[in-house]
Design a binder for this molecule. Structure first.
Ligand code: GLA
Length: 422
């Protein structure tokens, strides 16, 4: 059953009526371009077939009521909150994610407490708006695959949908605008200083493509990525490790990059070229040099990867993926034993390249491998994990799936998912 079906069914069970609609958004992996987004740089993510779906209907009392459905079907209800009273710090834990989105949209003039008026104008009697949301999903949580951003993006689309602003319709906000509002919610309501990678990936990626995004200009290009056609596969290795260092280290790396840019007199590390790097390194204190080196070389690796993909040379991107991992491990220092073992084992098993994805300190790695060696790579990774007595990882092959949208025909999405889970 698709996540949209699960959410719709759970909504019906809870409220005794069908939702007004179901909207969903995917998790992502990033092929390359890590810790470059908040340096105004380049990223190259694709959407996973795993999605978070939100079944939604308007309320009449100005409240936001959110329920999540766990894998085993159990409902977890958050305390309903008055949307008009939402301020940073008023909601904590997982309910901060959907609440923050309602807060951020309201600040942009998309006020869900006004939904009553719009919907009353459409012929129904609702006084003050608000929303009932029921959420179901299969993006693994805590796996570095962006489940919280998928949730935020799906909530944003659901609330905008209730307000009559359907994505891509005339007059609706653009996907990139919504991505920025979701980032605003995440940064200023939830309190996580993340960049734009995950929200943009979830909203803007399309089936069959990787999204080449220049974060500074907002310009993007869909680059075809059909690994199977080249007898290749992207294997995702969810290490199931999630080290507590992740949040504090992310903020430290980010402010380190900002300090480095300031010392170099540039708006962001994006403005330092590979040619400028040696002289830049001479001007930076010892602890900031490696951070700058990672960002500058990683941006260059994204551009090289895109050039190879455009030239139809997918198999040649492997060394760039591995170089990205080494740079994240040695210069940016955001890897961990579980990620390094996954990458080393994948390479030992014959992968063409492998790297950690996302913020680091746990989460997932990806390996690009020929389909002929896929089973060898899988076996080598499992064996290395057993040898290190790590929790066995979760492995799956990922194919670029569709970005966020309204689930009009949930049946189609279901077919789509089955294809990609193969
Ligand atoms: C996390 C953040 C992103 C990005 C990555 C690292 O996923 O949410 O904004 O910075 O880490 O590339």
């Amino acid at each position: 059953m698709s996540q949209a079906h699960r959410a719709a069914r759970a909504f019906l069970a809870q409220y005794g009526r069908a939702p007004l609609g179901v909207w969903s958004a995917p998790g992502r992996v990033n092929l390359i371009g890590e810790h470059t987004d908040y340096n105004d740089g380049f990223v190259l993510p694709f959407a996973l077939p795993h999605r978070i779906a939100v079944a939604a209907a308007p309320r009449a009392d100005g409240m936001l009521a959110v329920t999540t459905i766990s894998d085993n079907g159990r409902a977890q209800r958050a305390e309903p909150v008055a949307v008009a009273d939402l301020e940073p710090g008023t909601v904590t834990g997982w309910p901060a994610y959907p609440s923050g989105v309602a807060w951020a949209l309201r600040r942009q003039g998309y006020d869900i407490t006004a939904a009553g008026r719009d919907i009353a104008a459409a012929g129904r009697e609702i006084a003050a708006g608000g929303a009932d949301l029921v959420i179901a999903g299969d993006v693994p949580a805590g796996a570095g695959l962006s489940s919280s951003h998928a949730l935020e993006c799906a909530v944003a689309l659901a609330l905008l949908g209730l307000l009559g602003h359907e994505l891509d319709a005339g007059g609706a906000p653009s996907r990139q605008e919504i991505a920025r509002w979701v980032q605003h919610s995440e940064n200023d309501f939830v309190g996580a200083p993340t960049g734009l990678l995950d929200q943009t990936a979830s909203l803007c990626c399309t089936k069959g493509n990787v999204l080449f995004l220049d974060v500074r200009s907002g310009e993007s290009e869909q680059v075809p990525f059909d690994a199977a056609a080249e007898d290749l596969a992207v294997l995702v290795i969810d290490t199931r490790a999630n080290h507590s260092l992740a949040d504090s280290a992310y903020g430290e790396r980010r402010s380190g990059c900002e300090r480095a840019a300031e010392l170099l007199g540039v708006p962001a590390l994006r403005d330092v070229s590979v040619d400028d790097l040696p002289s830049a390194l001479e001007r930076l204190p010892g602890e900031l040099g490696p951070l700058a080196r990672h960002v500058v070389t990683e941006n260059a690796r994204v551009l090289e990867t895109v050039a190879l993909l455009r030239a139809g040379k997918m198999a040649q991107i492997g060394p760039l993926l591995t170089a990205s991992h080494e740079s994240l491990r040695d210069d940016y220092r955001v890897s961990c034993a579980e990620l390094d073992v996954a990458v080393d084992a994948a390479l030992a098993g014959g992968a063409l390249g492998a790297r950690m994805v996302g913020g680091g300190f746990g989460g997932s790695a990806i390996a690009l491998t020929s389909t002929a060696l896929l089973d060898d790579v899988r076996r080598t990774v499992f064996a290395a994990y057993a040898e290190h007595a790590f929790t066995p990882p979760r492995l799956f092959v990922a194919v670029p799936a569709a970005g966020a949208g309204r689930d009009e025909a949930a049946e189609d999405r279901e077919t789509d998912q089955n294809e990609h889970h193969a």
